[in-house]
Design a protein around this ligand. Sequence first.
Ligand code: 5AD
Ligand code: SF4
Length: 473
Amino acid sequence: MQNKVKHIDKSEVSAQLNTAREIADGFAARGLVGEAAPGYFIHTLGCQQNEADSERLAGLCALMGYRRVDDPAEARLILVNTCAIREHAEKRALSFIGEYKHIKEAHPDTVIGVGGCMVTQRHRADKLKMSFPYVSFTFDTGAIHMVPSLVKKYVSGKGRSFIISKDYKIAENIPTVTSSRHSAWLSVMYGCNNFCSYCIVPYVRGRERSRLPDDIIAEAKRLIEGGAREITLLGQNVNSYGRDLDIGENFASIMKKVCALDGDFRVRFMTSHPKDASSELIDVMATEEKAVKHFHLPVQSGSDEILCRMNRRYTSAHYKGILDELKKKVPDVSITSDIIVGFPGETEADFEATLDMIRYAEYDMIFSFIYSPRIGTPAAEMEDQIPAEVSSERFRRLTALQDSISEKKNSRFVGKKLKLLVDEVSKTDNTMLTGRGDPVRPVHFKGDASLVGQLVTVEITAATPYTLEGKLV
Ligand code: 5AD
Ligand code: SF4
């Protein structure tokens, strides 16, 4: 039941996969297989959605016959998956791309492709075309499936390509190479309709489009069979899932279906918009054992005036109502938030309202950002841009307040038994493991390396501001 408006035609995707196989056949004919295969390296910046996209890029690279390498200097195909959320992210991407010039000089046969949110903006793609002549091609966030034909075009001497199709459709059946076997991303929808006035995402990822429930469930089953012990359901605005499908499915119902699958695994989701955080979803978190008790619910500001100018479409009172319901229904729930400091026109009183919200919410952790004007967004045109030194000073006060809250919050887990996914062996002590679960902070405990990738129960024995300690039960 694919939908021509929202899905890329199956035949178009298969044509790209066939092109990838032709490239691989070309390498094989020259004996370039196994250890002799040319290397690929993917550099991912930005959010979890980009990480999930990079897993699909890796799947395409493998299908094209490239072999994963950890050093870009050894790669003959380098892909950079960029972010545009703040200026800092774009500067970092441009500086990494700049470094790849030396690799191209040493190995002129290297193919360098740049994708993601930054190059989905015309001015950035133009800049790469003009000022970075060693970049072979760029591809926008809607053109990931086209990478095989872009590689083919470039290596067969037909020139560089700079694609901004803005044809944002869902491409199913793209193979993936996952970065972790036990912890998996699963995109349930793409794009965003919200147009928060500071945010570039709706301009570079298109309108909301939900994957079909059958495709999501089939992928979840594959991941679980492949050994995933934790699945994170992803969407820029994940809790508006299903609204565009009109088939009676919403995010709460799809979350419930994933939790109901057989197997020993847990389910997370991100990112939720407060205007769409329903009681139904809170109930699913409260009742489904497999749902991790962590809700990431970005508030952005505590001031109603600023929330309105941000076009967030909720008030601080509405947001507090969700927090109250969440805390009541999900005992010990971990709550995290994103906060922007120094939005245009933010007064000292507006900022104080944000500090009040932090005190009220008692977040486990926050991701705080100094406002960064993005070309083409309404906020970039607003008057009263805040001087950098004022924003920095507010940022420091915000961080200090949150630090004092985090310390107190972590201690609520002491004495509790928690189910955790064992992430890794400690880098400094190989008898110690690190696990993650309901607390947002990592938990350290003694255990054998063979437990990595398993779900275990740990009793929490101590808490510091940034970590927890425990012992295996
Ligand atoms: N400036 C600063 N922070 C931003 N974010 C989004 N756009 C901007 C911007 N222009 C933050 C928001 C969002 C998070 C992913 O990034 O807090 O939730
Ligand atoms: Fe950006 Fe707002 Fe959409 Fe989040 S909900 S991606 S902040 S426009």
